[in-house]
Design a protein around this ligand. Structure first.
Ligand code: SF4
Length: 429
């Protein structure tokens, strides 16, 4: 039984997290229990912004998202493009369409492209390596991120050798029982963690992440996620609220909340000030000012959509996804306004993780960002370049349990969307 902490006790935990970059399981439990204490979120977010500013200044990085296939061989219960959803209208972008999206993105100031898709066997290593090579040749100053699900180590190596820099693979839940409740038999948390371990070892900048408020998730599950992230030491962590999709087994489930999502963003920023943390589209979907709230809580990445408008609505992982009708240039301008409104600035940069150096020959791949000193006992992981011993990554998690003042945050009126109707307020920062 965790006692509800006083504001002073919870604020002490925020200070300890900032100082030591980690809390015990019991301390995380207390901090999460106290998340609605008046004034606590303001304290957490203030420290999180300071940590971000110490590493990245006021910079917000854009990633141009190209959703190039919605075919998937997997059947995750929460996902609108799962293979059993016969109502999903399937599509694949051609190599030429993908290159056209990149060219448009480059002209709009994007310096990272994210090729995202379901686990589509059509895109085998040969086809993907060809596309990756073509993107690299056309845009040598840009970073290339892949988000293609679980593959073999040999496949990840092939794609890395072809020129991919980063890989996003959300683990979704580090709590095995919870993971099983989100996926059908045959979907393996062990394999997902094997993938993340392989990606890390190969030399990718790695991103993991999870949904907040997914069915059956408890604070203990979230703490398992935080411990897993501490173990893995990824360069990126993507979290967003769970939002149900009408054609999935979770259609009738309650969505996750924006307040808990942004609270966790603040915690993650203090755990690792150098993390690249997106304020996700799901956060903007669940609340009209969700992305701004995410930036105020310590996020520093936005991922606007570069896919052709004609296919955007077909990549519907969850209901009511925003930004499916706007042209790329409109999205870019809209996001810049949102970023500026919270006192930050969009920068034209690859936006590599501070302190990360790519192991491969660097002619076209060297990071553009200047690594800043990282406050606190954070160890960046890139074995070839750091003398500190790197702890072995255990792919099976333990199961135990001064910155510039930022204007006051005024939440927009809440719409009557069923997704946002239950949200009355986001934490003020
Ligand atoms: S979450 Fe990913 S792997 Fe699972 S069904 Fe959706 S696209 Fe496929």
């Amino acid at each position: 039984m965790i006692a509800f902490p006083s504001l002073n006790a919870a604020a002490d935990l925020v200070e300890k997290l900032e100082r030591e970059r980690m809390l015990s399981r019991g301390e995380f439990k207390s901090l999460l229990a106290g998340r609605t204490l008046p004034g606590l979120t303001a304290r957490l977010f203030e420290r999180a912004r300071a940590a971000r500013r110490a590493v990245y200044g006021d910079a917000v990085y854009l990633r141009g998202l190209i959703e190039f296939t919605n075919y998937c061989r997997k059947d995750c219960f929460y996902c609108g493009i799962r293979k059993s959803n016969a109502r999903a209208e399937r599509y694949r972008l051609s190599r030429e369409q993908i290159l056209a999206c990149c060219a448009q993105g480059r002209a709009l100031g994007f310096r990272t492209f994210v090729l995202q898709g379901g686990e589509d066997p059509y895109f085998n290593d040969r086809r993907l390596a060809d596309i990756i090579g073509a993107v690299r040749a056309a845009h040598p100053d840009c970073a290339l991120t892949l988000s293609l699900g679980e593959r073999s180590r040999a496949s990840y190596q092939t794609l890395f050798d072809a020129g991919a820099d980063r890989y996003l693979l959300r683990h979704e839940s580090a709590a095995p029982g919870h993971y099983r409740s989100l996926h059908p038999a045959g979907h393996s948390l062990r394999n997902r963690m094997r993938c993340l371990s392989d990606l890390r070892d190969i030399g990718y900048q790695v991103g993991c992440g999870f949904m907040v408020g997914s069915p059956g998730q408890t604070d203990d599950c979230l703490i398992d996620d935080l411990f897993f992230i501490k173990d893995l030491q990824p360069q990126m962590v993507g979290i967003g609220p769970f939002i149900p999709h009408k054609d999935t087994p979770f259609a009738g489930e309650q969505p996750g909340g924006a307040p808990l999502t942004v609270f966790l963003l603040g915690i993650l920023r203090l755990m690792d000030p150098a993390l690249l943390l997106p304020a996700t589209t799901a956060l903007g979907t669940i609340h009209p000012q969700g992305r701004e709230a995410g930036l105020r809580a310590g996020a520093n990445v936005l991922m606007p959509n570069l896919s052709p408008v004609a296919v955007r609505k077909k990549y519907m992982l969850y209901d009511d996804k925003i930004c499916t009708g706007d042209e790329a240039a409109e999205c870019r301008a809209c996001l810049e306004r949102r970023v500026n409104a919270v006192g930050l600035a969009v920068v034209v940069s690859r936006g590599d993780c501070a302190g990360f150096l790519r192991a491969a020959p660097a002619s076209a791949c060297s990071p553009a960002s200047e690594p800043a000193p990282i406050p606190g006992p954070v160890v960046r992981r890139q074995d070839q370049f750091f003398s500190v011993p790197i702890p072995a990554f255990n792919p099976i998690p333990e199961l135990s349990p001064a910155f510039e003042p930022i204007p006051a945050f005024v939440p927009a009126p809440i719409s009557e969307s069923p997704l946002t109707a239950k949200i009355t307020e986001l934490p003020h920062a």
